[in-house]
Every structure is written in structure tokens, then in C-alpha cells.
Write a protein that binds this ligand. Structure first.
Ligand SMILES: [Zn+2]
Ligand SMILES: [Zn+2]
Length: 343
């Protein structure tokens, strides 16, 4: 089968031909991939940065945002049958640790990740444990379902906040920020302000119904936010860029007794003025992955009720063989979500 893999050190990836292994563990399913989408993590692997060099053991087939059809199941797979359409959860819990045993598999102590610690889904087939698959119950084009994994990050973040009638600031209008904007509006946020440094992404933020967009490179974010909020500031701040400067910036714009949700991962340790947090009684919540599977249920309810503009959110589609072009598109920053159509 064809697959996109990291086979040697250095920048780039390769299209390889490998045997599709049909030998399954008892708790695994074999999935024929319909489509996969590219995530920031894949770019780290493509660029072979410090994180990737430390974490990835080569050769490794990458890709963790995947949808496909079950073609074979192991002996102990209980709730999936051949023909089911499944999306990857991407977090692979150990099922044995304290967190797995107490309903928090997504922060498992021995967590491994699809396409990072085990071979992933930028391939014609991939294997997965049943526990890390979500059977699709949505009546939408299945090829869109590869992006449910990142959409779930947005739903998880929103589940930690009550945005109704609140002034909401979202810094970072990449795919997860964009999905947060869309659903924050649907969940009744008063004003949703999207901040980014790319006009292309701010245009997408408008398409996701952001009330205001601010280009942090060209405009004074603080001044504009204070104008929008009658000098009161923000109720809920979602940090979705990982840009070191934005954490402090967002905290500064928050009202007293407010909430900051941190999702974006900065590439280095950052400094934050904690006196700001103490005197303003700011609550901070980190969000990682998706709650398994509370987030997935909520996501399906929300998509069924409010729809989701997948055709605006996914701006580019490529074939597996065109992966190089797909990665160049993402690195250019002029895109929303980029989809790789496999079958
Ligand atoms: Zn990802
Ligand atoms: Zn565990």
C-alpha cells in the first residue's frame, strides 16, 4: 500500500510502498482510509524540528486525523463491524493507569499518539485499537470526518467555558480557533473577537461568523478590544495560537474574575505576570485532546443541531501522491484545513 512516512532524518517526508499488515491484535481493527487531514504536529515532523527529532522513531507513517471504513476486526473487538465508518480519536490510552480507570483516558499517564508513536493514517490502510476509534453517526460527506479530531479540540475547549452572553476573545485563527469561533457563536456568545496575524485566516474567521477580527500585526489589539467591550474587557479568552506573546496579551485583556482557556502549545517556556492573575482572580484551564468520549457525543449533537461549514473550513484537497504540495500549502499559511483524499 501507499503511505506517507518519515523514513530518514532531515526535512521532508516520502511516499513509500509498504505491505499492509493484515495481522491484527485482538483489540484492533484494520481501516481503509477515506481521507486524512494535516495538523500542525505533522508540520513539526515534516520540518524535523527539535521536538520531532526527540519524539519520532523512524521509519514512521504519519497522520492522526483520519476517517475510513472498517475492513477487518480482531477477535475482541466488540462494537465495530466491517463496513462501519470510523474517525480516529488519535489518543491511545493504556486503559490501566489511574486516569484511564477514573474516566480521564485523554490524559492517560502512558498515552501514545497515532501517527507519532505508532503508524498513522496517511496511508491506504491503518490499524487502530477499537478504543481509539469513533463510529460516525453523522449524515455528512464522510471525507469531511477526518477533521472531527481537531473540531473536537474546539468542542472540548468550549465545554470548559459557558460562552453564553459573554465577550469572547480567540487568539489564533488556525483550524481549531476557527471551529471555536463558529461554535462559540452557535452557543450564544455575545461578541466573538478573532485575532491572528494572517488576513487570509481572518477572512475565514469572518466566514465562521466572528463578530470582529483583528490583525495583531497591523492593529492595536488592546485598543480595539476595549472599544468593543465598552472598556470592560473580555469574559473568556481562548489561547489557540501557541504564540508566546499572546498568553500575556490575552490575560491583560481579561476582566476580573474571568476565564482563560489555554490550548495552543508554545514552542518554548514563556513568562507570565502572575500578579495579573492573582489581583484579577483569573481562572486558567488547560485543554488537551478530546474527552473520551464526552467530547465526541457533544460534537455530534452540535453538528446535527447547528451544522458545520466544512466546505469553507476545508480550503484545499490533495491526493496522497500530492502530499508535498499539501504541506507547502500549509506552510504558506494561506489555507484553512488541508485534506488528503485517499480513496
Ligand atoms: Zn493534530
Ligand atoms: Zn492510562
Amino acid at each position: 500500500m501507499k503511505a506517507v512516512a518519515k523514513v530518514k532524518e532531515g526535512i521532508g517526508l516520502d511516499l513509500v510502498n509498504v505491505d499492509k499488515s493484515e495481522t491484527l491484535n485482538e483489540d484492533e481493527a484494520l481501516i481503509e482510509v477515506i481521507s486524512a487531514s494535516i495538523c500542525g504536529t505533522d508540520i513539526h515532523i515534516y520540518n524535523w524540528d527539535e521536538w520531532a527529532r526527540k519524539r519520532i522513531k523512524i521509519p514512521r507513517i504519519i497522520g492522526h486525523e483520519v476517517v475510513g471504513k472498517v475492513v477487518k476486526v480482531g477477535k475482541n473487538v466488540k462494537n465495530l463491524v466491517e463496513g462501519d465508518i470510523v474517525a480516529s480519536e488519535s489518543h491511545i490510552p493504556c486503559l490501566k493507569c489511574y486516569y484511564c480507570k477514573t474516566g480521564r483516558m485523554h490524559v492517560c499517564k502512558n498515552l501514545s499518539l497515532l501517527g507519532i508513536d505508532v503508524d498513522g493514517g496517511f496511508a491506504e490502510y491503518f490499524k487502530s485499537k477499537e478504543i481509539s476509534l469513533w463510529k460516525i453517526n453523522l449524515n455528512i460527506n464522510y471525507e469531511y470526518c477526518a477533521v472531527l479530531e481537531p473540531l473536537g479540540n474546539a468542542i472540548h475547549a468550549l465545554s470548559e467555558a459557558n460562552v453564553e452572553l459573554k465577550n469572547v476573545l480567540i487568539i489564533g485563527c488556525g483550524p481549531i480557533g476557527l471551529a471555536t469561533i463558529y461554535f462559540a457563536k452557535k452557543l450564544g456568545a455575545l461578541n466573538v473577537i478573532g485575532v491572528d496575524i494572517s488576513d487570509y485566516r481572518l477572512e475565514l474567521a469572518k466566514k465562521m461568523n466572528a463578530d470582529y477580527t483583528i490583525n495583531a500585526k497591523l492593529e492595536n489589539v488592546e485598543k480595539k478590544v476595549m472599544e468593543i467591550t465598552n472598556n470592560e474587557g473580555i469574559d473568556i479568552f481562548f489561547e489557540m495560537s501557541g504564540a508566546p506573546v499572546s498568553f500575556e496579551k490575552g490575560l491583560k485583556l481579561l476582566k476580573n474574575d474571568s476565564l482563560a482557556i489555554f490550548f495552543g502549545i508554545p514552542s518554548m517556556p514563556i513568562q507570565i505576570d502572575v500578579t495579573n492573575i492573582i489581583f484579577k482572580e483569573i481562572n486558567i484551564k488547560g485543554v488537551f485532546g478530546r474527552k473520551m468520549f464526552d467530547t465526541w457525543f457533544k460534537m455530534e449533537y452540535l453538528i446535527n443541531k447547528h451544522g458545520f461549514p466544512f466546505e469553507k473550513f476545508i480550503t484545499h484537497k490533495f491526493k496522497l501522491e500530492e502530499f508535498e504540495e499539501a504541506f507547502t500549502t500549509i506552510i504558506s499559511g494561506k489555507c484553512g484545513k488541508v485534506l488528503i483524499k485517499v480513496s
